[in-house]
Design a protein around this ligand. Structure first.
Ligand SMILES: Cc1ncc(COP(=O)(O)O)c(C=O)c1O
Length: 392
């Protein structure tokens, strides 16, 4: 009998099943059904033309070779200066490692900072890949549930209570997927101080950095004195509609940057040169990220304003990101049954919330992932379905 690694059980779980409704929807769309698919966190927009042109130019210039393991020096410099503009202070290219998307960065970071017997605090609702990413290296994910009535903001007291001598890191994500919460700057600073005092890493996933609608983006990395404890993970996937390009980065103290670089050798041996060239163009292109931000803000408003007319659906309006998390308890269904039946009856695909943590089984995640008219139509169908179940 051929044996497999114990890793396999650590990377499977509810999250891998959460996409079943979305997959079924794609199958039905291929068979010709007209479905409004709001399930996958992939902007429906094309990557801006100037960024695509930059990749073609890089290919034509022969940028088709192995790249340095930590990334092309020009891109690391560009990321460092982009980060300086975002967070202030001094950030050197040596602190930057280019990775295969923010997802690749998260995986590598947790491999480098936590292992067997260690605990990582993960805030619920949490992005569906977090348990696997944390557990792949042997650590355990310890959930701390945030409160919907408080807009899923940080709860420092609850987080502090979850810390023990096995805690290696706290993973935060703001703007949040799926909550849409943008964490309060003061609370983030308090958390950074707590981590510094206790010798715990604060890993900050900021892939929705350019999608803050009602307030400015805040990051624990803004506190220069705490930077020895903070690791930022980021990418261009959302800000510049570049999900398929797989380019992201980690910004970390140099010893972690070196560890990430060493890990890149056996893992993937560097990121595509031509993609990195285009990433430099993207980082300089604030016009595109502003335009994409404005499109998503308008969509957020349309979705929230329409859904607010239902008394059956309960949610806190997202301050950022591209998702809205809705509690569907009043319909009498859990999120999974709601999502399955919504697809059958109303032809709208959403994600059931159980993949975002066990406390989220009564929720669904709706992405603002299509143009406004269709989004408003989807919202009306969701209300019709939910109100019908609740007998309103
Ligand atoms: C919170 C969060 N982190 C990380 C990722 C992965 O992003 P990337 O495409 O840069 O790997 C996503 C993608 O949806 C996400 O929502």
């Amino acid at each position: 009998m051929h044996q497999t690694s114990s890793l396999l059980s650590r990377i499977s779980g509810p999250a891998s099943e959460a996409w079943a409704v979305g997959d079924l929807a794609f199958e039905r769309m291929r068979a010709g059904q007209d479905i409004i698919h709001l399930g996958v966190g992939d902007p429906d927009l094309d990557t801006p033309a100037n960024i695509r042109a930059s990749l073609v130019q890089a290919l034509n210039e022969g940028k088709t070779h192995y790249s340095p393991l930590a990334g092309e020096p020009e891109l690391r410099e560009e990321i460092a200066s982009h980060a300086c503009a975002l967070y202030g202070g001094e950030i050197t290219p040596e602190q930057v490692v280019v990775c295969s998307g923010a997802q690749g960065a998260l995986f590598s970071v947790f491999m480098c900072i936590a292992g067997d017997g260690d605990e990582i605090i993960v805030l619920e609702p949490s992005y569906a890949t977090y348990p696997a990413v944390v557990q792949a290296g042997g650590a355990t994910a310890v959930p701390v549930v945030l409160d919907q009535s408080n807009g899923y903001q940080l709860d420092i007291e609850k987080i502090t209570a979850a810390i023990n001598n096995k805690t290696r890191a706290i993973l935060v994500n703001s703007p949040g997927n799926p909550s849409g919460a943008v964490f309060d700057e003061i609370a983030l600073c308090e958390l950074a101080r707590l981590c510094a005092d206790r010798g715990i890493w604060l890993v900050s996933d900021e892939v929705y950095w350019s999608f803050c609608y009602d307030c400015d983006h805040a990051s624990p990395y803004e506190l220069e004195a705490m930077r020895d404890s903070v690791i930022v993970v980021n990418s261009l996937s959302k800000s510049h509609a570049m999900t398929g390009w797989r380019v992201g980065w980690a910004i970390a103290p140099e010893k972690i940057a070196v560890a990430l670089t060493n890990l890149a050798q056996p893992q993937y041996f560097g990121i595509n040169q031509f993609v990195q060239q285009a990433a430099i163009t993207a980082l300089r292109d604030t016009a595109s990220s502003n335009e994409i931000h404005n499109i998503f803000k308008a969509r957020r408003d349309t979705l929230v304003n329409t859904l607010r007319t239902s008394s059956t659906l309960s949610f806190s309006a997202p301050q950022g990101g591209m998702f809205l998390l809705i509690d569907v308890s009043k319909t009498g269904l859990e999120g999974r049954a709601f999502a399955e039946q919504l697809l059958d009856v109303e032809r709208v695909a959403v994600v059931p919330g159980f993949g975002f943590g066990s406390s989220m089984k009564n929720t669904i995640r709706v992405g603002f992932l299509c143009e406004e008219k269709r989004l408003a139509e989807a919202a009306k169908r969701i209300i019709r379905f939910a109100d019908g179940l609740a007998g309103v």
